[in-house]
Design a protein around this ligand. Structure first.
Ligand SMILES: [Zn+2]
Length: 266
């Protein structure tokens, strides 16, 4: 790996599984910032650079939580959103994805030889020359409007009781818009139209990209795919169920729609 010589301090993104090490300072939480790695026992990954503009971010994993000094605390990566700045949360997500890639690309998928680090985000097989980069799983989200309401569903795999947007993974040979239409018909039996791009968000659980779309209901009755969804219905603005947390793109899209409706009413 290329270890750039850095003078001065680094932000250290240290993970035990999905737990991120945070430092408490004056009642606030932050990413440890120091010249040397704060904990050096039981490191079970390479120490990798997390390339961003400031070029001062390093990450590694440790195999089991040692007794840590009292100024540190383990916080789940998702929960860290509530404790640290948005910038730090985003960098932590990138660090987590890089570590996930490092752990899952130890051997060449073509010939089985141990891979060698070539750059911060490249590994190369010394035997056959195959190169590997961090791979990303792309998933779509779609907010479906029907008059003054939107479709919200609850999927069995949601971590909580909230309702959210129809979502699904992109398949090979498919455009994002085709994926949106397919997922909606598969999961709800509805036909939609006017599929337009909204925005995207890295989703480091463990290595995803969420791509959000807005669409309008065209025709059909809701017929839920029971293996995936436990409920689904159209909700008006004053009748919304529990929504996803603020950190998600789904919530950003729902909030956008609520504001739109607000503006139209006024
Ligand atoms: Zn190989």
């Amino acid at each position: 790996m290329t270890n750039k010589t850095t003078t001065g301090n680094n932000y250290w993104f240290i993970f035990h599984n999905d737990q991120l090490l945070l430092e408490k300072k004056n009642g606030n939480y932050q990413i440890p910032f120091a010249s040397e790695a704060p904990i050096t026992e039981n490191i079970n990954t390479s120490i990798l650079n997390v390339l961003l503009e400031n070029n001062q971010n390093k990450t590694y994993g440790i195999s089991r939580p040692k007794k840590i000094p009292p100024q540190y605390e383990w916080i789940g990566l998702r929960a860290s959103y509530d404790y640290i700045s948005l910038e730090s949360y985003k960098t932590a997500g990138k660090a987590f994805e890089i570590l996930h890639w490092d752990k899952n690309s130890r051997f060449c998928p073509a010939c089985g030889a141990p891979m060698k680090q070539k750059s911060d985000i490249t590994k190369q097989c010394p035997a056959c020359g195959k190169e590997l980069y961090p791979s990303i799983s792309t998933a779509i989200l779609v907010l479906i409007r029907k008059k003054d309401s939107i479709l919200l569903v609850h999927a069995h795999n949601f971590k909580g009781t909230f309702n959210s947007l129809v979502a699904g993974f992109l398949e090979t040979g498919e455009s994002l818009e085709e994926c949106v239409a397919r997922e909606v018909i598969e999961e709800t039996g509805l036909k939609i139209k006017n599929i337009t791009y909204f925005g995207s968000q890295p989703w480091p659980y463990p290595s995803g990209l969420m791509v959000g779309f807005i669409a309008d209901y065209q025709e059909g009755e809701i017929q839920l795919q029971k293996e995936e969804l436990s409920s689904g219905a159209f909700y008006t603005r004053d009748n919304l169920p529990e929504l996803p947390r603020k950190l998600s793109l789904a919530r950003k899209m729902i909030d956008w729609w609520i504001e739109q409706t607000d503006t139209e009413i006024k």
